[in-house]
Ligand binder design. Structure first.
Ligand code: HEM
Length: 143
């Protein structure tokens, strides 16, 4: 490789990795909270399957805490689409609303766990799946 080509290759590699670092959507605080949410959901489900409602309830409370933290973050999609002004404000309000609904589903799930009502537990677990679908289709960037 001649010197010019080598320089071009180095510049191109370093630029593309710099671009990746600036535009990456998997290194946001929100992405980190979501990974914890995924793990907590898994632990909670396996506690429910093995009949350990007390431990499941602890995971529900941890989930609420992570959704509260997530509510204070801005989805990467809003930044990537360079939303500003009223568009940003309205989308943030919609996002917060879906998070608040998710927290109330979790509170209902906790009540069901405390009372040992299995059909209510199933109902609210199903509702969590819907919250996930709704939240991701509206606010998650395709990356
Ligand atoms: C059971 C519920 C949920 C689970 C298990 C979950 C899990 C995840 C996971 C694992 C990711 C990382 C990317 C991926 O692998 O797809 C993610 C990203 C994301 N989730 Fe969720 N999620 C849930 C609910 C929600 C809700 C209710 C919302 C919004 C109201 C939401 C908004 C987002 C957004 C915006 C991202 C992209 C991260 C970013 O913009 O920085 N998620 N989620």
């Amino acid at each position: 490789m001649n010197k010019g080509l080598l320089t071009a290759a180095i510049v191109s590699i370093s630029c593309s990795s710099a671009l990746f670092a600036a535009e990456s959507c998997d290194d946001t605080a929100l992405h980190g909270y979501m990974e914890h949410i995924k793990d907590e959901m898994r632990s909670m489900s396996s506690d429910i399957k093995s009949g350990n409602s007390e431990s499941a309830s602890k995971h529900v409370n941890t989930l609420i805490m992570y959704f509260e933290k997530s509510r204070a973050e801005t989805p990467y999609k809003f930044t990537a689409e360079q939303m500003q002004g009223s568009e940003l404000k309205n989308n943030k309000a919609d996002y917060e609303k879906v998070i608040n609904e998710t927290i109330s589903v979790l509170k209902n799930l906790d009540v069901a766990l405390q009372s040992g009502d299995q059909s209510e537990v199933r109902k609210w677990l199903g509702a969590m799946g819907n919250q996930r679908k709704q939240g991701h289709s509206a606010f998650k960037a395709n990356c």
